[in-house]
Ligand binder design. Structure first.
Ligand code: AHR
Length: 535
C-alpha cells in the first residue's frame, strides 16, 4: 500500500497518524504561505481605453463638502489661495483628479447660479441637506478657480427641476462666451475675462426623484430642450473638446430603472441634428439597509463581507443598463456615466444627519478598488465615474476639521490607481478562489491589468480575504514578468481608519518582487490592494 521507503517502513498502525500529521503540517504551511492563484495577463491583446474620467470626483454643497472642506475664505487663518485651502489642493493634485462634478446632487436642482456671482452674494437655504444657510460665497468663479488650482476639469450640473432652460442657457453663456455680450462683460467685471472651459454638462440630477419627480418621458423632453439651448460658446470647444451633455439615467436595477433607460435611449436613437446626448448617468451607492444603515467604523468581518458582497452588484447593474444601451446605440457613442457611487453608512454619532458624515476604513479602500476594477472591465461603455463625495461627505478622499486634514484609505487607492488613467485595458484571467464568511461567499482575488501611457504594463490585485495571504503566480503572454514594483495597502483590521491623531494607519507601502526560476510570484497580504508595474 505504501512505498517501501525507510521513512514509511513502520508498523501500519503508526503510518496513518504520521501521514495525518504531515498533511496537517502541509495545510498549516500552505495557510501561512497563503493560497496560490494563477493569474495570466495577455499583453498581446488590448481592450478599451480606461478613461481618466473614471477617477472623477463629486463635490456637492452638502455638509462640510464645500464650506470648510474646500472653501475657508480669503480671511481665514487656515492657509489658502483666494479662499481655497492649500492643504486640500496639494492633496488633490497628487491624485490627478480628472473632473469634478458640481454643485450637486439634489442641490443642483435648487441652485440658482446668480446667487453665487458678483460682489453681493444672496444668502439662501439648503433644504435638502440639513436646512442650513447657504452663503453662496463659493459660486461659479470660486469653483472654476478651485478646478484650475487642482489641475482638473469642470463637470457642471444645471438646474432642470426648479430652473428654466433660459437660466441654464444664460449660465453657460456667462461662463463661456468670448464675445462682448452683456453676460460676458459681467463675467469680466467679476474677474475673469477669458471664457471658462466646461467640458461636461449634467442636465438635471435624479430627475425621477429629488430632481423633480419626473416621468422618463417628461424628463426626455426637458433634456431635448436643454440640449438645444444650453450652449457652450468657448472657441476652444467648438471643433475639439466639445462639451459632452449627460442625461439623467437610472438609479438601480428594477423595472422602474430599466424603463427609464429604455425611454431615454429610445429617444436618443431618434435624435435629430438639433440636440445631442453624449452620456447617460447611473447612480448606485453601496448601502445595506436605508432605514438602519451599517456603521462606517467599529465593525467586524461580518459587516465587511456583507458590504463587499453588496458592492459587487455594481457589475450586474452596469451590465443590465449597458445591454439596453447596446440595443439603441450599438456603436457605444453614449457613455454610461456612473456619476454617483460609493459607500453610504449611518451618520457618525453626534453629526448632523443631513451632512452625511462617515468614517472611511480599509473596507472602503477594498470597495473602491473593486468598483474601479468593475468600471475598467466595462470601459468600452463606462467612460466616466464620480465617487461620492470628494471631501467630508460619504466615501470621501479627505476629512477636515478646521485646520486639520487627514487622507482616507480611499484617497490612497485613487493615488495608487493614477497609472491606470487613460491606460489601455489588457485582459487578465485568473482562478480567483473563494472567500467565505457565514453565508457570504466572494471571489477571494480580483485583478485588472493595463498598458499605461508610460508604456509600462500595470497590474492591480485585490486580496479580499481578510484572513489569508495569497500567492499570485503571474504569467505574461506577449511581455515579460521578471519583477514587479509598486505599492500595497493594508492595515491591521478590516475597520482600521486614519484619524487626525494617527493619519498613517492605512497608507500604501512600497512593494516589490523578483522572479525566481522564471516565475514571478506576488505574495499579497490579507485584505490588501496592490498596484505594481511589471518589468
Ligand atoms: O450624494 C448625496 C445625494 O445622493 C445626492 O445629492 C443625490 O443625487 C443622491 O441621491
Amino acid at each position: 500500500m505504501y512505498p517501501k521507503s525507510p521513512l514509511l517502513a513502520k508498523p501500519a498502525r503508526s503510518v496513518a497518524p504520521a501521514r495525518f500529521a504531515i498533511a496537517l503540517l502541509t495545510l498549516f504551511a500552505t495557510l501561512a504561505a497563503g493560497q496560490t492563484v494563477e493569474l495570466a495577463v495577455d499583453a498581446s491583446k488590448s481592450g478599451a481605453k480606461i478613461d481618466r474620467n473614471l477617477f472623477g470626483q463629486f463635490a456637492e454643497h452638502l455638509g462640510h463638502g464645500i464650506y470648510d472642506g474646500i472653501w475657508v475664505g480669503p480671511d481665514s487663518s487656515i492657509p489658502n489661495t483666494r479662499g481655497i485651502r492649500k492643504d486640500v489642493v496639494a492633496a488633490l493634485k497628487a491624485i490627478k483628479v480628472p473632473n469634478v462634478r458640481w454643485p450637486g446632487g439634489c442641490f443642483a436642482d435648487g441652485y440658482h447660479w446668480r446667487n453665487g456671482t458678483g460682489s453681493k452674494r444672496s444668502v439662501t437655504l439648503n433644504p435638502d441637506w440639513g436646512g442650513v444657510i447657504e452663503p453662496n460665497t463659493f459660486g461659479t468663479h470660486e469653483f472654476m478657480d478651485f478646478i484650475e488650482q487642482i489641475g482638473s476639469e469642470a463637470y457642471v450640473s444645471v438646474n432642470v427641476g426648479s430652473g428654466t432652460p433660459r437660466e441654464a442657457a444664460e449660465w453657460l453663456e456667462y461662463m463661456t462666451a468670448p464675445e462682448a455680450t452683456t453676460l460676458r462683460k459681467e463675467r469680466t467685471a467679476n474677474g475673469h475675462a477669458a471664457p471658462y472651459k466646461v467640458p461636461y454638462l449634467g442636465i438635471g440630477n435624479e430627475s425621477w426623484d429629488c430632481g423633480g419627480n419626473m416621468t422618463p418621458e417628461y424628463y426626455l423632453s426637458q433634456f431635448r430642450i436643454h440640449s438645444r439651448f444650453v450652449r457652450n460658446y468657448n472657441p476652444a470647444q467648438q471643433e475639439n473638446d466639445k462639451m459632452l451633455r449627460i442625461a439623467v439615467g437610472p438609479g438601480g436595477g428594477e423595472s422602474r430603472w430599466t424603463d427609464w433607460t429604455e425611454t431615454i435611449m429610445k429617444g436618443y436613437q431618434q435624435h435629430t441634428w438639433s440636440w445631442e446626448m453624449n452620456g447617460l448617468s447611473l447612480h448606485n451607492y453601496t448601502v445595506m439597509n436605508w432605514q438602519d444603515k451599517f456603521k462606517s467604523e467599529g465593525f467586524g468581518q461580518d459587516e465587511y463581507a456583507k458590504f463587499l458582497a453588496e458592492t459587487l452588484k455594481m457589475d450586474g447593474l452596469i451590465a443590465k443598463h449597458s445591454a439596453i444601451m447596446d440595443k439603441y446605440d450599438p456603436q457605444k457613442k453614449v457613455a454610461l456615466v456612473v456619476d454617483e457611487w460609493g459607500s453610504w453608512y449611518a451618520p457618525l454619532p453626534g453629526s448632523n444627519p443631513g451632512f452625511l458624515v462617515q468614517q472611511n476604513s480599509l473596507r472602503d479602500a477594498v470597495l473602491a478598488a473593486l468598483n474601479l476594477n468593475i468600471f475598467a472591465r466595462h470601459a468600452d461603455r463606462v467612460r466616466m465615474a464620480n465617487i461620492a463625495q470628494m471631501i467630508n461627505v460619504l466615501q470621501a478622499m479627505i476629512l477636515t476639521d478646521k485646520e486639520k486634514m487627514v487622507l482616507t484609505p480611499t484617497y490612497y487607492v485613487f493615488k495608487m490607481y493614477v497609472p491606470f488613467q487613460d491606460s489601455t485595458f489588457v485582459p487578465v484571467t485568473l482562478d480567483a478562489g473563494k472567500y467565505t464568511h457565514g453565508d457570504v461567499t466572494l471571489p477571494r482575488v480580483d485583478a485588472i491589468a493595463a498598458k499605461g501611457t508610460d508604456g509600462k504594463l500595470w497590474l492591480e490585485v485585490t486580496n479580499v480575504d481578510p484572513n489569508q495571504a495569497v500567492e499570485v503566480q503571474v504569467k505574461v503572454t506577449g511581455g515579460s514578468a521578471k519583477g514587479a514594483v509598486g505599492e500595497t495597502l493594508t492595515a491591521p483590521r478590516v475597520d482600521s481608519i486614519n484619524t487626525f491623531e494617527a493619519p498613517n494607519t492605512v497608507i500604501p507601502r512600497p512593494y516589490s518582487a523578483k522572479a525566481s526560476s522564471g516565475q514571478l510570484t506576488l505574495r499579497l497580504e490579507p485584505k490588501s490592494v496592490t498596484v505594481v508595474s511589471l518589468e
